[in-house]
Design a protein around this ligand. Structure first.
Ligand SMILES: [Zn+2]
Length: 266
């Protein structure tokens, strides 16, 4: 198969469960699916768009990201790319930081980033193909927020998010959940003086009213509105101190950790 894309690549959102997005990358003929937590909606999308599955890409081991893999493999003989260190038995091509792959059938070049925190082995995929500035980041960076700390430390998650925040600003962020509006309500509470958050809430709410996903966002948009990339801002620290969640002389990492803890109960 050629390594350069011969047809235009697109990303299709497949909604699943309450608020998951399974991402189908395709060129009109072949398709790869990212984090297929369920097989049936993937099969339906493949049939509807007359696509042949050529690869499965996984970011981490949680069931809502891998649950559909056995049924998809029963129907399609395709490689399963996934993290080397997240304990997923179905992975046939294990990946770690800085490794590069070309998605079979699509010619899509991806670079892997280790982004521990939500899980210890979590990886993200960054496209290196021209015209496809995409990041598939699972449950690490969300629209306006980030994934919960299930396995890693606050420092690990902070560093993982900082790596994603340092990607080119026009990188499109394909995360795995539609949590954006709830995340932005929290963002506004912890940084009420940031007008970009209110503007974004209006835009994202209008998308939801039209039945559209808020995802993808962009790295620029996340850097201007996402408190987990902005935890060094003085106003965020002030709000944390005012809420009794941070000591006045605390380090930025403590502010990040306090934000993540507060969001759990917000
Ligand atoms: Zn998860």
């Amino acid at each position: 198969m050629p390594n350069l894309p011969s047809r235009a690549l697109r990303v299709l959102a497949i909604p699943a469960f309450e608020n998951n997005y399974l991402w189908l990358v395709h060129d009109g003929v072949h398709a790869a699916v990212v984090d297929p937590g369920a097989a049936a909606p993937v099969q339906a999308a493949l049939a509807q768009h007359h696509l042949t599955l050529t690869a499965i890409l996984l970011t981490h081991h949680h069931p809502d990201h891998i649950g559909g893999v056995p049924a998809l493999l029963a129907a399609h003989h395709v490689p399963v790319f996934g993290p080397r260190h997240d304990g997923i038995a179905a992975v046939t091509l294990a990946l770690g930081d800085a490794e590069r792959i070309t998605v079979p059938g699509l010619g899509l070049a991806l670079r892997v980033l280790d982004v521990p925190g939500h899980t210890l082995g979590h990886i993200a995929y960054v496209s290196e193909t021209a015209g496809a500035p995409w990041l598939f980041c699972g449950d690490t960076l969300f629209g306006g927020g980030c994934g919960r700390l299930f396995e890693g430390t606050p420092a690990q998650l902070r560093d993982s998010l900082a790596r994603l925040g340092a990607l080119p600003g026009d990188t499109e962020v394909y995360c795995a959940h539609e949590y954006t509006l709830a995340n932005l309500r929290f963002a506004q509470a912890v940084e009420p003086g940031n007008p970009a958050i209110g503007r974004r809430i209006a835009l994202e709410a209008a998308k939801r009213e039209r039945g559209q996903p808020t995802i993808p966002s962009t790295i620029d948009l996340e850097n201007s509105t996402n408190p987990f990339l902005r935890y060094r801002e003085a106003e965020i620290a002030e709000q944390l101190v005012k809420a009794g969640r941070l000591a006045p002389d605390a380090e930025p990492l403590q502010a990040f950790a306090a934000l993540r803890t507060w969001k759990n109960s917000f």
